[in-house]
Design a protein around this ligand. Structure first.
Ligand code: GLU
Length: 348
């Protein structure tokens, strides 16, 4: 096999907003990890939620990544053997995967309303329960079709609809409730070694519960789509923000259920504001489009990020290619990294 095909890393942004420094950070590290080991870089647009993802944002993502000096071997603009590279065009694959799970008796309809889920969540909070996945009552909801990010509440589903009698089920459906589809999650512990964070382990039924595979309006869920895509596109390494760590056990469980090999995962620390909150696109000095329009240098941005990652011992301008030799995740700190308010002046 051609060595350049053994590692297939990917960057999978959601075109639900402009790129900001946090997206650039993850993209740079994913690119460096793949390139430093002679791997291929795959770019995939995760645009499943029609209400949030705007086509012109996908164009901005391509422009911003190229401007930073990153490139990719397969993607929506360059094509490749595992296309298409936008999720909107891959819905048949997700449905085939869902049909397979349904044929194996692993899927059930859930007609819980958002209010019912909220009430269950409140009682779980009282009881101190952990995280899971919010179902949807048909209205757009980012927690299912888009990756759940840190700070987004994810209650463990109580299994209400799994336990309904046939009469109760038809009574609910008779009230015109659309049904989401959930995976029956067995009692299983998923363990893996993250390339940045080390050994991880999650008791899936207790910590996640039965999670949504398809929204009640027919839109496939992030957790299913991303696994179907990573397997179909032969991704061997996923580098993404640490806020997605809580999704990984669910995804590995899906890989195992389908009999597929899961990729390696590297969850990199988040970039945060000085007050500890996630970077906001509203902060103009971290919006890549605004920075570009204002004449910022991409090498200053890449150099700043490389310094934050411990790849440079002092902040200075750098191109991504300068950082490939000897790249390692080892210097990355475990916790979030603060982006100072005057961060553009740091590199000069
Ligand atoms: N599309 C997701 C996001 O932008 C990334 C999901 C992933 O890398 O698995 O947050």
């Amino acid at each position: 096999m051609n060595p350049s095909c053994q590692i297939r890393g990917r960057f999978a942004p959601s075109p639900s907003g402009r790129m900001h420094l946090g997206n650039a950070w993850t993209a740079l590290l994913a690119w460096l990890s793949a390139r430093s080991r002679g791997g291929a870089m795959i770019l995939r647009m995760e645009d499943l939620d029609p209400d949030r993802c705007k086509p012109h944002f996908a164009r901005h993502i391509l422009e911003d990544l190229s401007w930073l000096g990153l490139d990719w071997d397969e993607g929506p603009d360059v094509g490749g053997p595992h296309g298409p590279y936008t999720q909107d065009e891959r819905r048949d694959l997700y449905q085939r995967c869902l049909d397979e799970l349904a044929a194996r008796g692993m899927v059930y309809p859930c007609t819980c309303t958002r209010a019912e889920l909220r009430a269950a969540q409140a009682s779980q909070a009282d009881a101190g329960a952990g995280s899971g996945d919010v179902a949807d009552d048909g209205a757009p909801h980012s927690g299912v079709t888009q990756a759940p990010h840190a700070g987004e509440a994810e209650p463990v589903y109580a299994g209400t609809c799994l336990r309904l009698t046939p009469e109760e089920r038809s009574a609910r459906q008779g009230r015109g409730r659309g049904a989401a589809l959930r995976l029956v999650v067995p009692r299983v512990r998923i363990s893996f070694t993250d390339r940045v964070l080390g050994p991880q382990s999650q008791e899936l039924a207790e910590e996640c519960g039965d999670f949504v595979l398809r929204r009640s309006d027919g839109v496939h869920a992030y957790q299913l789509a991303v696994v179907a895509d990573d397997a179909n596109q032969q991704i061997t390494e996923v580098v993404r923000g640490a806020d997605l760590l809580s999704s990984t056990a669910r995804q590995i469980h899906l890989f195992h259920t389908f009999g597929w090999r899961a990729p390696d995962y590297a969850h990199v620390p988040l970039l945060v504001d000085p007050d500890g909150r996630r970077l906001s696109k509203r902060r103009g000095d971290v919006d890549l489009g605004q920075l570009r329009d204002a004449g910022a240098s991409p090498q200053a941005i890449v150099g700043y990020l490389a310094w934050k990652a411990g790849l440079l011992d002092a902040p200075r301008r750098a191109a991504p290619q300068d950082l490939v030799d000897g790249f390692s995740f080892a210097p990355l700190p475990a916790g979030p990294l603060v982006v100072e308010h005057n961060w553009m002046e740091v590199v000069g």
